[in-house]
Design a protein around this ligand. Structure first.
Ligand SMILES: [Zn+2]
Length: 131
């Protein structure tokens, strides 16, 4: 496991919530989707969860992070997801990175970076846990 970059500050529940995101990824895999999962947590509580649904919904924007962000905005009643942390099992694509910025979430925890040129490899918060 690589060392996290400077700036990463682990929180006590990071691994717990990443395991929950991995459960979402498994659900996506069972559906024949690319197995990516995401959860959004605020004040130690699960606000929303999502997994890839692009094939299921026929929606090219139904990535795990986008699904979770939409659900979190609905659950919270506001599009600004201040005070939230997004846990995602794979580094977000350009679309999802933009959605994360627009949602104002201050913290992102990743399980894994992709090897090709990436969007958020230099995001200030990053985490890796054993799978
Ligand atoms: Zn995406």
């Amino acid at each position: 496991m690589p060392d996290p970059p400077s700036g990463y500050e682990a929180e006590a529940d990071d691994q717990r919530w990443m395991r929950r995101a991995l459960e979402e990824a498994a659900v996506a895999g069972e559906l024949g989707e690319v197995p990516v999962g995401a959860v959004i947590v605020r004040a130690g509580e699960l606000l929303a969860a999502g997994h890839n649904l692009t094939h299921t919904l026929g929606d090219p924007t139904a990535h795990a992070e986008a699904v979770a962000i939409r659900r979190a905005a609905q659950a919270s009643g506001h599009w600004r997801l201040l005070g939230c942390t997004l846990y995602v099992t794979l580094e977000p694509c350009a679309m999802c990175a933009g959605a994360i910025v627009l949602s104002r979430m201050p913290r992102l925890v990743l399980a894994r970076l992709i090897r090709k040129p990436a969007c958020v490899a230099r995001w200030p918060i990053w985490c890796a846990i054993p799978s």
